[in-house]
Write a protein that binds this ligand. Sequence first.
Ligand code: NDP
Length: 243
Amino acid sequence: MNTKINTNSVAVVTGGARGIGFGSAVALAAKGFHLALVDLREEAVNEAAEKLRATGAQAEAFVADVSDFAQAQDVAKEIVGQDRSINVLLNNAGIGSSNGLLEISEAEWDRTIDINLKSCFNWSRAVVPSMLDSGWGRIISISSIASYSGGTVSKLAYAASKSGILGMTRSLAKELGPSITVNAICPGTISTAMNPKTDAEGISLGRLGTPEDIGQVVAFLASSDPNFITGQALTVDGFQYIT
Ligand code: NDP
């Protein structure tokens, strides 16, 4: 546990029930944070929190749709109302989208942008007042290498949403310094339910990434050690030259 973290210090992880979110929650719990996992399905998020508690961590589950502004406000109020501060936000929940310009419906475009990008606005807005009150905060958002490569063909809305996260990260870093740092992580192909790919061709380190690979970097950025890193996008992809 570092000096900035005490038992009242909460790390909020959206999409924390599985995949990269859960892997990151495990790494944050090892740093001493109290975890607030936010996800869509009650059973899944409760099970994830229970798994963390079974390791001795403090963890709670909250059901919310990250694309809903009011739900983010409600959950943040509930956490802070218990005399705690939210010091870390991991904007992780996201969905894929695989239709190109001439196939994608307006509804799919809106849904992808709302869940992948607007969610980062919703949750930053909900938790930053608590970070400012306590004088210290870390916002980390999961973008993707698709933010700059454009992703595989027809990832239009996905790539746009993930690029949007980078612009938001830089803008928020300017607005929220010096007490809050704001960074993004751009994972390559990570083995999760979202990504059924098993082939490691084109990845220099010869394997797909794991949620733990991303969790390690999340835990580093969430700690008090990287005091002079903000507004950055850190690629964690084993150097993936074919996307
Ligand atoms: P998963 O699908 O394994 O996990 C995502 C979690 O987010 C699920 O629990 C899902 O719930 C939840 N979720 C989805 N929509 C919402 C919503 N509207 N409100 C609340 N929770 C929601 O994905 P990954 O772990 O693979 O991905 C996590 C993040 O990493 C995403 O932002 C993704 O774009 C990004 N990423 C992933 C890569 C990869 O290769 N896996 C590569 C680069 C970036 P439910 O189970 O109900 O759907």
